[in-house]
Write a protein that binds this ligand. Structure first.
Ligand code: ADP
Ligand code: G6P
Length: 478
Protein backbone atom coordinates (compact mmCIF):
# COMPACT_ATOMS: atom_id res chain seq x y z
CA UNK A 1 0.00 0.00 0.00
CA UNK A 2 2.73 2.47 1.04
CA UNK A 3 6.05 2.22 -0.81
CA UNK A 4 8.55 0.61 1.50
CA UNK A 5 12.25 1.47 1.75
CA UNK A 6 12.07 5.10 0.58
CA UNK A 7 12.04 6.74 4.00
CA UNK A 8 15.00 9.03 4.57
CA UNK A 9 14.11 9.71 8.23
CA UNK A 10 12.98 6.82 10.41
CA UNK A 11 12.25 6.83 14.12
CA UNK A 12 12.01 3.51 15.91
CA UNK A 13 10.53 3.21 19.40
CA UNK A 14 8.89 0.35 21.24
CA UNK A 15 5.57 2.18 21.00
CA UNK A 16 3.86 3.90 18.11
CA UNK A 17 2.34 7.29 19.02
CA UNK A 18 -1.10 5.69 19.03
CA UNK A 19 -2.26 2.77 21.07
CA UNK A 20 -4.85 0.33 19.83
CA UNK A 21 -7.28 -0.56 22.62
CA UNK A 22 -8.85 -4.02 22.85
CA UNK A 23 -12.14 -2.57 21.51
CA UNK A 24 -10.31 -1.46 18.34
CA UNK A 25 -10.31 2.29 19.08
CA UNK A 26 -7.12 4.36 18.88
CA UNK A 27 -5.86 6.57 21.68
CA UNK A 28 -2.60 8.47 22.27
CA UNK A 29 0.04 6.15 23.74
CA UNK A 30 1.05 6.78 27.35
CA UNK A 31 4.29 8.39 28.45
CA UNK A 32 6.68 11.22 27.83
CA UNK A 33 8.50 9.67 24.87
CA UNK A 34 5.39 9.90 22.70
CA UNK A 35 4.51 13.38 24.02
CA UNK A 36 7.94 14.63 22.94
CA UNK A 37 8.39 12.78 19.65
CA UNK A 38 4.93 13.12 18.12
CA UNK A 39 5.38 16.83 17.19
CA UNK A 40 8.92 16.15 15.92
CA UNK A 41 7.71 13.43 13.56
CA UNK A 42 4.85 15.61 12.35
CA UNK A 43 7.31 18.36 11.49
CA UNK A 44 9.72 16.03 9.67
CA UNK A 45 6.95 13.92 8.09
CA UNK A 46 9.04 10.91 9.05
CA UNK A 47 8.29 7.21 9.31
CA UNK A 48 7.72 5.77 12.82
CA UNK A 49 8.39 2.08 13.40
CA UNK A 50 6.85 0.69 16.60
CA UNK A 51 4.39 -1.58 18.33
CA UNK A 52 0.70 -0.63 18.25
CA UNK A 53 0.08 -1.62 21.88
CA UNK A 54 -1.91 -4.83 21.49
CA UNK A 55 -0.12 -8.18 21.72
CA UNK A 56 -0.66 -10.55 18.81
CA UNK A 57 -2.17 -7.98 16.46
CA UNK A 58 -0.78 -7.62 12.94
CA UNK A 59 -1.43 -4.28 11.21
CA UNK A 60 -0.45 -2.87 7.81
CA UNK A 61 1.38 0.49 7.61
CA UNK A 62 -0.90 3.53 7.78
CA UNK A 63 -0.71 7.29 8.08
CA UNK A 64 -1.87 9.40 11.00
CA UNK A 65 -4.15 12.41 10.35
CA UNK A 66 -1.07 14.62 10.64
CA UNK A 67 0.79 12.74 7.91
CA UNK A 68 3.22 10.55 9.87
CA UNK A 69 3.72 7.11 8.31
CA UNK A 70 3.37 4.40 10.98
CA UNK A 71 5.01 1.05 10.39
CA UNK A 72 3.62 -1.40 12.97
CA UNK A 73 5.75 -4.19 14.44
CA UNK A 74 3.85 -7.19 15.81
CA UNK A 75 4.66 -8.38 19.33
CA UNK A 76 3.39 -11.82 20.23
CA UNK A 77 1.92 -12.63 23.65
CA UNK A 78 5.29 -14.20 24.56
CA UNK A 79 7.16 -11.05 23.40
CA UNK A 80 4.82 -8.98 25.53
CA UNK A 81 5.45 -11.06 28.61
CA UNK A 82 9.18 -11.70 28.28
CA UNK A 83 10.51 -8.70 26.33
CA UNK A 84 8.09 -5.92 27.41
CA UNK A 85 6.93 -6.82 30.91
CA UNK A 86 10.03 -8.88 31.67
CA UNK A 87 13.39 -7.60 30.47
CA UNK A 88 12.31 -4.04 29.59
CA UNK A 89 10.16 -3.27 32.60
CA UNK A 90 11.16 -5.68 35.36
CA UNK A 91 14.93 -5.78 34.63
CA UNK A 92 16.07 -2.59 32.86
CA UNK A 93 13.49 -0.13 34.24
CA UNK A 94 14.27 -0.76 37.93
CA UNK A 95 18.02 -1.15 37.25
CA UNK A 96 18.20 2.19 35.43
CA UNK A 97 16.05 3.88 38.12
CA UNK A 98 18.59 3.09 40.83
CA UNK A 99 16.94 -0.06 42.22
CA UNK A 100 13.82 1.57 43.71
CA UNK A 101 12.63 -2.02 43.45
CA UNK A 102 14.99 -4.96 42.82
CA UNK A 103 15.55 -5.82 39.14
CA UNK A 104 15.10 -9.45 38.10
CA UNK A 105 17.70 -11.13 35.91
CA UNK A 106 16.04 -13.93 33.91
CA UNK A 107 17.84 -15.60 31.00
CA UNK A 108 14.63 -16.25 29.08
CA UNK A 109 13.75 -12.55 29.28
CA UNK A 110 17.16 -11.63 27.87
CA UNK A 111 16.73 -14.09 24.98
CA UNK A 112 13.37 -12.49 24.17
CA UNK A 113 14.93 -9.01 24.37
CA UNK A 114 17.54 -10.00 21.79
CA UNK A 115 14.96 -11.53 19.48
CA UNK A 116 12.56 -8.60 19.66
CA UNK A 117 15.40 -6.11 19.12
CA UNK A 118 16.30 -8.09 16.00
CA UNK A 119 12.67 -7.92 14.88
CA UNK A 120 12.61 -4.11 15.27
CA UNK A 121 15.99 -3.74 13.50
CA UNK A 122 14.78 -5.84 10.57
CA UNK A 123 11.62 -3.76 10.29
CA UNK A 124 13.74 -0.60 10.15
CA UNK A 125 16.13 -2.12 7.60
CA UNK A 126 13.13 -2.84 5.39
CA UNK A 127 11.68 0.68 5.39
CA UNK A 128 14.80 2.88 5.51
CA UNK A 129 16.02 4.43 2.24
CA UNK A 130 19.70 4.07 1.29
CA UNK A 131 21.82 6.26 3.61
CA UNK A 132 18.73 7.21 5.65
CA UNK A 133 18.93 8.67 9.15
CA UNK A 134 17.51 6.32 11.77
CA UNK A 135 16.79 7.52 15.30
CA UNK A 136 16.46 4.67 17.81
CA UNK A 137 14.61 5.46 21.06
CA UNK A 138 14.92 4.26 24.61
CA UNK A 139 15.85 1.36 26.84
CA UNK A 140 13.63 -1.24 25.14
CA UNK A 141 15.77 -1.08 21.97
CA UNK A 142 19.39 -0.79 23.07
CA UNK A 143 20.58 -3.62 20.81
CA UNK A 144 19.01 -2.12 17.69
CA UNK A 145 21.91 0.26 16.82
CA UNK A 146 24.42 -2.62 16.84
CA UNK A 147 22.21 -4.93 14.77
CA UNK A 148 21.42 -2.18 12.26
CA UNK A 149 25.11 -1.32 11.90
CA UNK A 150 25.70 -4.91 10.78
CA UNK A 151 22.77 -5.31 8.42
CA UNK A 152 22.61 -1.74 7.07
CA UNK A 153 26.06 -0.12 7.34
CA UNK A 154 24.92 2.67 5.00
CA UNK A 155 22.60 4.18 7.66
CA UNK A 156 23.33 7.09 9.98
CA UNK A 157 22.19 5.89 13.40
CA UNK A 158 21.30 7.98 16.44
CA UNK A 159 20.21 6.63 19.82
CA UNK A 160 18.45 8.54 22.61
CA UNK A 161 17.80 7.21 26.11
CA UNK A 162 14.63 8.67 27.68
CA UNK A 163 15.29 7.32 31.18
CA UNK A 164 18.27 7.77 33.51
CA UNK A 165 21.51 5.92 32.80
CA UNK A 166 22.79 4.38 36.04
CA UNK A 167 26.19 4.55 37.67
CA UNK A 168 28.78 1.88 36.91
CA UNK A 169 28.28 -0.07 40.14
CA UNK A 170 24.61 -0.64 39.26
CA UNK A 171 24.91 -1.29 35.53
CA UNK A 172 27.65 -3.82 36.12
CA UNK A 173 25.15 -6.06 37.91
CA UNK A 174 23.60 -6.84 34.53
CA UNK A 175 24.72 -10.28 33.36
CA UNK A 176 24.52 -9.16 29.72
CA UNK A 177 26.28 -5.84 30.17
CA UNK A 178 28.91 -6.24 27.45
CA UNK A 179 26.42 -7.13 24.74
CA UNK A 180 24.14 -4.27 25.70
CA UNK A 181 27.02 -1.82 25.63
CA UNK A 182 28.15 -3.09 22.23
CA UNK A 183 24.58 -2.70 20.97
CA UNK A 184 24.53 0.96 21.96
CA UNK A 185 27.96 1.57 20.47
CA UNK A 186 26.54 0.63 17.05
CA UNK A 187 25.14 4.18 16.97
CA UNK A 188 26.97 7.21 15.57
CA UNK A 189 25.63 9.42 18.37
CA UNK A 190 24.21 8.44 21.78
CA UNK A 191 22.12 11.05 23.59
CA UNK A 192 21.14 11.33 27.25
CA UNK A 193 19.04 13.86 29.17
CA UNK A 194 21.80 14.99 31.47
CA UNK A 195 25.54 15.39 31.78
CA UNK A 196 25.52 13.00 34.74
CA UNK A 197 23.90 10.27 32.64
CA UNK A 198 26.36 10.85 29.79
CA UNK A 199 29.29 10.69 32.19
CA UNK A 200 27.97 7.46 33.73
CA UNK A 201 27.88 6.00 30.25
CA UNK A 202 31.38 7.18 29.36
CA UNK A 203 32.83 5.69 32.53
CA UNK A 204 31.08 2.40 31.84
CA UNK A 205 31.95 2.17 28.18
CA UNK A 206 35.61 2.06 29.12
CA UNK A 207 35.09 -0.48 31.94
CA UNK A 208 32.50 -2.80 30.50
CA UNK A 209 33.32 -3.00 26.83
CA UNK A 210 37.00 -3.13 27.73
CA UNK A 211 36.22 -6.09 29.97
CA UNK A 212 34.63 -7.82 26.98
CA UNK A 213 38.00 -7.95 25.30
CA UNK A 214 37.30 -5.25 22.73
CA UNK A 215 39.15 -2.22 23.92
CA UNK A 216 37.41 1.10 24.27
CA UNK A 217 39.64 3.92 25.40
CA UNK A 218 38.79 6.83 27.63
CA UNK A 219 36.80 9.52 25.81
CA UNK A 220 39.35 11.20 23.56
CA UNK A 221 37.56 14.52 23.19
CA UNK A 222 35.53 15.38 26.25
CA UNK A 223 34.07 18.80 26.75
CA UNK A 224 31.78 19.90 29.54
CA UNK A 225 30.49 23.40 29.11
CA UNK A 226 27.70 25.74 30.19
CA UNK A 227 26.46 26.93 33.55
CA UNK A 228 26.46 24.58 36.52
CA UNK A 229 22.68 24.14 36.22
CA UNK A 230 22.47 23.53 32.46
CA UNK A 231 25.74 21.90 31.49
CA UNK A 232 26.47 20.25 28.20
CA UNK A 233 28.78 17.34 27.61
CA UNK A 234 30.11 16.19 24.29
CA UNK A 235 32.58 13.39 23.91
CA UNK A 236 33.83 10.98 21.31
CA UNK A 237 34.80 7.45 22.15
CA UNK A 238 36.22 4.71 19.96
CA UNK A 239 33.92 1.72 19.41
CA UNK A 240 35.36 -1.83 19.17
CA UNK A 241 35.29 -1.58 15.35
CA UNK A 242 37.34 1.64 15.42
CA UNK A 243 34.49 4.06 14.64
CA UNK A 244 34.15 7.26 16.64
CA UNK A 245 30.88 7.39 18.59
CA UNK A 246 29.55 10.72 19.85
CA UNK A 247 28.13 10.95 23.38
CA UNK A 248 26.25 14.04 24.51
CA UNK A 249 23.50 15.42 26.74
CA UNK A 250 20.32 16.83 25.17
CA UNK A 251 17.60 17.69 27.72
CA UNK A 252 14.26 16.76 26.18
CA UNK A 253 11.25 19.05 26.31
CA UNK A 254 7.67 19.58 25.15
CA UNK A 255 5.91 21.43 22.35
CA UNK A 256 5.80 24.46 24.63
CA UNK A 257 3.79 26.81 22.40
CA UNK A 258 1.11 24.19 21.71
CA UNK A 259 0.92 23.25 25.41
CA UNK A 260 0.60 26.91 26.43
CA UNK A 261 -2.17 27.33 23.86
CA UNK A 262 -4.13 24.41 25.31
CA UNK A 263 -4.12 26.08 28.74
CA UNK A 264 -7.07 28.10 27.40
CA UNK A 265 -9.17 25.11 28.48
CA UNK A 266 -8.81 26.23 32.07
CA UNK A 267 -11.79 26.54 34.38
CA UNK A 268 -13.36 23.07 34.33
CA UNK A 269 -11.49 21.68 37.32
CA UNK A 270 -11.66 24.91 39.27
CA UNK A 271 -15.43 25.08 38.85
CA UNK A 272 -15.69 21.64 40.48
CA UNK A 273 -13.45 22.22 43.48
CA UNK A 274 -14.32 25.82 44.33
CA UNK A 275 -11.90 28.27 45.88
CA UNK A 276 -9.92 25.76 47.92
CA UNK A 277 -6.15 25.66 47.26
CA UNK A 278 -5.87 23.16 44.43
CA UNK A 279 -2.93 20.73 44.50
CA UNK A 280 -2.46 18.51 41.45
CA UNK A 281 -0.46 15.34 40.67
CA UNK A 282 -0.34 13.83 37.15
CA UNK A 283 1.64 10.67 36.44
CA UNK A 284 1.65 7.21 34.99
CA UNK A 285 0.91 4.99 37.96
CA UNK A 286 4.55 3.96 38.41
CA UNK A 287 6.50 3.28 41.61
CA UNK A 288 9.25 5.65 40.42
CA UNK A 289 6.88 8.63 40.63
CA UNK A 290 6.54 8.79 44.43
CA UNK A 291 2.73 9.15 44.40
CA UNK A 292 2.27 7.37 47.71
CA UNK A 293 4.88 9.54 49.41
CA UNK A 294 3.23 12.77 48.26
CA UNK A 295 -0.13 11.51 49.58
CA UNK A 296 1.54 10.71 52.90
CA UNK A 297 3.08 14.19 53.05
CA UNK A 298 -0.34 15.71 52.37
CA UNK A 299 -1.92 13.50 55.01
CA UNK A 300 0.66 14.48 57.65
CA UNK A 301 0.07 18.18 56.94
CA UNK A 302 -3.65 17.59 57.53
CA UNK A 303 -2.94 15.55 60.63
CA UNK A 304 -0.75 18.25 62.16
CA UNK A 305 -3.35 20.88 61.21
CA UNK A 306 -0.74 22.79 59.23
CA UNK A 307 -3.45 22.83 56.53
CA UNK A 308 -7.21 22.60 57.00
CA UNK A 309 -9.25 20.02 55.06
CA UNK A 310 -11.87 22.57 54.01
CA UNK A 311 -9.22 24.87 52.53
CA UNK A 312 -7.29 22.45 50.29
CA UNK A 313 -8.04 19.79 47.73
CA UNK A 314 -5.63 17.32 46.17
CA UNK A 315 -6.38 15.93 42.69
CA UNK A 316 -4.26 12.94 41.65
CA UNK A 317 -4.58 11.78 38.05
CA UNK A 318 -2.74 8.48 37.59
CA UNK A 319 -2.90 6.89 34.18
CA UNK A 320 -2.79 3.04 34.25
CA UNK A 321 0.62 1.58 33.40
CA UNK A 322 2.17 -1.92 33.08
CA UNK A 323 -0.67 -3.24 35.18
CA UNK A 324 0.27 -6.92 35.36
CA UNK A 325 3.75 -6.36 36.82
CA UNK A 326 3.89 -7.09 40.59
CA UNK A 327 5.42 -3.82 41.76
CA UNK A 328 2.91 -1.82 39.71
CA UNK A 329 0.00 -3.75 41.23
CA UNK A 330 1.40 -3.16 44.71
CA UNK A 331 1.86 0.57 44.08
CA UNK A 332 -1.70 0.88 42.82
CA UNK A 333 -3.01 -0.95 45.84
CA UNK A 334 -1.07 1.29 48.24
CA UNK A 335 -2.03 4.51 46.47
CA UNK A 336 -5.71 3.59 46.41
CA UNK A 337 -5.60 2.57 50.07
CA UNK A 338 -4.03 5.93 50.98
CA UNK A 339 -6.67 7.86 49.01
CA UNK A 340 -9.43 5.97 50.83
CA UNK A 341 -7.79 6.43 54.23
CA UNK A 342 -7.23 10.18 53.81
CA UNK A 343 -10.78 10.77 52.58
CA UNK A 344 -12.13 8.60 55.41
CA UNK A 345 -10.30 10.72 57.96
CA UNK A 346 -10.59 14.22 56.49
CA UNK A 347 -13.25 14.29 53.74
CA UNK A 348 -16.90 15.26 54.12
CA UNK A 349 -19.91 13.78 52.33
CA UNK A 350 -19.81 15.22 48.79
CA UNK A 351 -16.51 16.94 49.56
CA UNK A 352 -13.53 14.57 49.41
CA UNK A 353 -10.17 16.07 50.22
CA UNK A 354 -8.41 13.82 47.65
CA UNK A 355 -9.82 13.18 44.16
CA UNK A 356 -8.30 10.25 42.32
CA UNK A 357 -8.70 9.44 38.61
CA UNK A 358 -7.19 6.21 37.29
CA UNK A 359 -7.53 6.66 33.54
CA UNK A 360 -6.06 8.82 30.76
CA UNK A 361 -7.49 12.32 30.34
CA UNK A 362 -7.69 14.05 26.92
CA UNK A 363 -4.81 16.47 26.43
CA UNK A 364 -6.80 19.75 26.22
CA UNK A 365 -8.64 18.83 29.42
CA UNK A 366 -5.38 17.94 31.17
CA UNK A 367 -3.70 21.21 30.13
CA UNK A 368 -6.76 23.05 31.47
CA UNK A 369 -6.33 21.21 34.78
CA UNK A 370 -2.69 22.32 34.95
CA UNK A 371 -3.76 25.92 34.37
CA UNK A 372 -6.33 25.63 37.19
CA UNK A 373 -3.93 24.10 39.70
CA UNK A 374 -2.40 26.33 42.36
CA UNK A 375 0.32 23.82 43.11
CA UNK A 376 1.80 21.00 41.06
CA UNK A 377 3.37 18.15 43.04
CA UNK A 378 6.00 16.23 41.05
CA UNK A 379 7.89 13.93 43.41
CA UNK A 380 9.64 11.07 41.55
CA UNK A 381 12.39 9.16 43.33
CA UNK A 382 14.16 9.12 39.98
CA UNK A 383 13.03 10.35 36.56
CA UNK A 384 14.90 10.83 33.28
CA UNK A 385 13.33 14.25 32.69
CA UNK A 386 9.62 14.49 33.73
CA UNK A 387 7.60 16.33 31.13
CA UNK A 388 4.62 16.84 33.44
CA UNK A 389 6.67 19.47 35.30
CA UNK A 390 7.38 21.29 32.03
CA UNK A 391 3.75 21.06 30.89
CA UNK A 392 2.55 22.62 34.15
CA UNK A 393 5.01 25.48 33.83
CA UNK A 394 4.06 26.09 30.18
CA UNK A 395 0.41 26.43 31.25
CA UNK A 396 1.21 29.33 33.63
CA UNK A 397 2.34 32.43 31.75
CA UNK A 398 1.33 35.00 34.37
CA UNK A 399 3.39 34.03 37.41
CA UNK A 400 0.47 32.13 38.93
CA UNK A 401 0.95 28.70 40.49
CA UNK A 402 3.89 26.93 42.09
CA UNK A 403 5.85 23.80 41.18
CA UNK A 404 7.06 21.45 43.91
CA UNK A 405 9.65 19.30 42.15
CA UNK A 406 11.84 16.38 43.15
CA UNK A 407 15.53 17.11 42.92
CA UNK A 408 15.88 13.62 41.40
CA UNK A 409 13.86 14.49 38.28
CA UNK A 410 16.03 15.39 35.29
CA UNK A 411 13.87 18.51 34.93
CA UNK A 412 15.26 19.89 38.22
CA UNK A 413 18.50 20.88 36.43
CA UNK A 414 16.63 23.36 34.23
CA UNK A 415 13.73 24.17 36.57
CA UNK A 416 15.80 25.03 39.62
CA UNK A 417 13.50 27.95 40.46
CA UNK A 418 10.91 25.36 41.55
CA UNK A 419 10.33 24.38 45.20
CA UNK A 420 12.85 21.55 45.13
CA UNK A 421 12.33 18.63 47.49
CA UNK A 422 13.91 15.31 48.40
CA UNK A 423 11.16 12.71 47.84
CA UNK A 424 12.89 10.23 50.16
CA UNK A 425 12.37 12.69 53.01
CA UNK A 426 8.70 13.26 53.91
CA UNK A 427 9.67 16.33 55.93
CA UNK A 428 11.25 17.86 52.83
CA UNK A 429 8.10 17.29 50.72
CA UNK A 430 5.96 18.71 53.54
CA UNK A 431 8.20 21.75 53.97
CA UNK A 432 8.18 22.64 50.29
CA UNK A 433 4.48 21.92 49.83
CA UNK A 434 3.61 24.11 52.78
CA UNK A 435 5.93 26.88 51.54
CA UNK A 436 4.25 26.72 48.13
CA UNK A 437 0.75 26.82 49.67
CA UNK A 438 1.69 29.77 51.88
CA UNK A 439 3.30 31.73 49.02
CA UNK A 440 0.45 31.12 46.59
CA UNK A 441 -2.16 32.15 49.15
CA UNK A 442 -0.19 35.29 50.02
CA UNK A 443 0.30 36.17 46.33
CA UNK A 444 4.05 36.35 47.03
CA UNK A 445 5.88 38.47 44.47
CA UNK A 446 9.06 36.39 44.62
CA UNK A 447 7.03 33.23 43.99
CA UNK A 448 5.50 34.87 40.93
CA UNK A 449 8.92 35.90 39.66
CA UNK A 450 10.12 32.32 40.10
CA UNK A 451 7.17 30.97 38.10
CA UNK A 452 7.80 33.50 35.38
CA UNK A 453 11.44 32.45 35.14
CA UNK A 454 10.40 28.81 34.93
CA UNK A 455 7.90 29.67 32.21
CA UNK A 456 10.53 31.55 30.18
CA UNK A 457 12.91 28.60 30.48
CA UNK A 458 10.35 26.11 29.14
CA UNK A 459 9.11 28.40 26.36
CA UNK A 460 12.64 29.00 25.07
CA UNK A 461 13.81 25.37 25.39
CA UNK A 462 11.18 23.36 23.58
CA UNK A 463 11.18 19.95 21.95
CA UNK A 464 11.96 21.43 18.56
CA UNK A 465 15.24 22.76 19.96
CA UNK A 466 15.95 19.33 21.46
CA UNK A 467 15.35 17.55 18.14
CA UNK A 468 17.33 20.10 16.15
CA UNK A 469 20.25 19.84 18.58
CA UNK A 470 20.31 16.05 18.42
CA UNK A 471 19.79 15.72 14.68
CA UNK A 472 22.25 18.56 13.98
CA UNK A 473 24.90 16.84 16.09
CA UNK A 474 24.16 13.53 14.36
CA UNK A 475 24.53 15.10 10.94
CA UNK A 476 27.81 16.77 11.90
CA UNK A 477 29.12 13.55 13.38
CA UNK A 478 28.25 11.20 10.51
P1 ADP B 1 6.76 9.25 31.80
O1 ADP B 1 7.35 9.37 30.45
O2 ADP B 1 7.60 8.47 32.76
O3 ADP B 1 5.36 8.77 31.81
P2 ADP B 1 6.67 12.18 31.80
O4 ADP B 1 6.26 13.10 32.90
O5 ADP B 1 7.94 12.55 31.13
O6 ADP B 1 6.71 10.72 32.44
O7 ADP B 1 5.56 12.15 30.69
C1 ADP B 1 4.24 11.79 30.96
C2 ADP B 1 3.35 12.25 29.81
O8 ADP B 1 2.12 11.55 29.93
C3 ADP B 1 3.05 13.73 29.86
O9 ADP B 1 3.01 14.26 28.55
C4 ADP B 1 1.65 13.78 30.50
O10 ADP B 1 0.85 14.85 30.05
C5 ADP B 1 1.06 12.47 30.03
N1 ADP B 1 0.08 11.97 31.01
C6 ADP B 1 0.33 11.57 32.27
N2 ADP B 1 -0.81 11.18 32.90
C7 ADP B 1 -1.78 11.33 32.00
C8 ADP B 1 -3.20 11.10 32.02
N3 ADP B 1 -3.83 10.60 33.09
N4 ADP B 1 -3.89 11.37 30.90
C9 ADP B 1 -3.27 11.85 29.80
N5 ADP B 1 -1.95 12.08 29.72
C10 ADP B 1 -1.22 11.83 30.80
C1 G6P C 1 8.44 6.18 29.62
C2 G6P C 1 9.42 5.45 28.74
C3 G6P C 1 8.82 5.19 27.37
C4 G6P C 1 7.49 4.48 27.52
C5 G6P C 1 6.56 5.26 28.44
C6 G6P C 1 5.23 4.57 28.69
O1 G6P C 1 8.22 7.43 29.07
O2 G6P C 1 10.63 6.20 28.63
O3 G6P C 1 9.68 4.43 26.56
O4 G6P C 1 6.88 4.29 26.27
O5 G6P C 1 7.21 5.47 29.69
O6 G6P C 1 5.44 3.28 29.15
P1 G6P C 1 4.87 2.00 28.36
O7 G6P C 1 5.48 0.85 29.06
O8 G6P C 1 3.39 2.10 28.51
O9 G6P C 1 5.30 2.13 26.94
Amino acid sequence: MYPLSNNSFVVVANRLPVDRAKDGSWQPSPGGLVTALAPVLEKHQGCWVGWPGNAGEHLEPFRTDSGVLLHPVTLTEADYELFYEGFSNATLWPLYHDLIVPPRFERSWWEAYREVNLKFAEAVAEVAAPSATVWVQDYQLQLVPGILRQIRPDLTIGFFLHIPFPGAELFRQLPWREELMRGLLGADLIGFHSVDNAQNFLALAAQVAGAAGSHIGQPDELEVEGEASIRQVTAKITAPDGRKVGVAAFPISIDSAETAKLSQHKGALRSRVGERTLILGVDRLDYTKGILQRLQAFEELLESEAIAPDEVVFVQIATPSRERIDHYRKTRYEVEAAVGRINGLYGEIGEPVVHYIHRPVPKPQLMGYYADADIMLVTPFKDGMNLVAKEYVACHDDGSGALVLSEFAGAAAELNDAYLCNPHDLESIKRQLLAAITDVRAGSESAQTRMQQLHDQVMTHDVDLWARSFLGALENHA
